[in-house]
Ligand binder design. Structure first.
Ligand code: SF4
Length: 265
């Protein structure tokens, strides 16, 4: 008789913790954050460059919001990650689980197995934060998601260009049952032509997709990896760009990273 061996799926993580969501449509809600390691982009404004390579260890909060981290080895087996999340899941505390990174979709095969189990265990909705450039991987886990925040990367600000992938990604979200929105980081260097192109791209899917313009949070000199400093836009620029985009899409909100105002992670 041939015996079957099952391999336990594993994921490379940076951290698991509980905090208030500071961006986009879920701003102000309490989430359990699972921050996955690895990212295939190199955005000039990245404030999570520690995720680009998989670390040997990850840090896991013992009790929600207390920042009493314990260190564990990577990669983390699926049942252990469920335990880490369950440890955070006190009654009535959290609104949802946030998959963040890095780029969580680089872990799509793992997520396809993990998400149905964590939904069943916690009963919490699942929210994905993503660079919006991997539609094939999104399709793999779409049935297990409740909401998606898709970054639309402006070449003039991020140094990345993924127009076609963003279009496919948004179409997939629109064809599903999901709540989704688009987030665009803007800096003093934003090219308005790219903002108009973004608005047209979103409007081609639906004029009702909420768009969040997020003024960049300037990085400390030690955190920056590009020679040109990424600076916040002026109030006049932001007002002008919101008006420009509202010619094409109905909801354009300007919201900075509020978790940094609260001095959170
Ligand atoms: S997609 Fe996110 S984690 Fe990756 S480089 Fe850009 S900002 Fe950083």
């Amino acid at each position: 008789m041939i015996s079957k061996t099952t391999i336990t799926p594993t994921a490379r993580l940076v951290e698991v913790f509980s905090a208030i969501q500071g961006e986009g449509l879920n701003v102000g809600t309490r989430q359990i954050f699972i921050r996955f390691a690895l990212c295939d982009l190199r955005c000039h404004f990245c404030d999570s460059a520690n995720t680009w390579n998989a670390p040997a260890t990850c840090r896991i909060e013992r009790s929600p919001g207390s920042r009493d981290f314990e260190i564990y080895s990577n990669p983390v087996p699926l049942p252990i990650l469920i335990e880490f999340v369950e440890r955070q899941n006190l009654p009535c505390l959290h609104d949802s689980i946030s998959l963040t990174g890095g780029e969580p979709l680089l872990h799509a095969p793992f997520l396809r197995q993990f998400l149905p189990q964590i939904r069943a265990t916690t009963g919490l909705p699942i929210y994905l934060e993503t660079g919006g450039h991997r539609p094939e991987q999104l399709a793999m886990i779409l049935p297990y998601l409740d909401s998606v925040g898709m970054d639309l990367k402006l070449p003039s600000v991020s140094g990345e260009s993924h127009w076609q992938e963003h279009t496919k990604f948004l179409q997939l979200c629109h064809e599903s049952h999901l709540n989704f929105f688009v987030k665009i980081i803007v800096s003093h260097q934003t090219d308005p032509v790219e903002l108009e192109r973004s608005a047209l791209l979103v409007a081609a899917v639906s004029q009702d997709v909420p768009v969040f313009l997020q003024p960049v949070t300037p990085l400390a000199a030690s955190e920056q990896f590009t020679p040109i400093p990424v600076l916040a836009p002026s109030p006049e620029q932001v007002l002008m760009w919101q008006a420009l985009m509202k010619r094409f899409v109905k909801q354009v909100r300007v919201i900075p990273q509020t978790h940094k105002m609260l001095n959170q992670l």
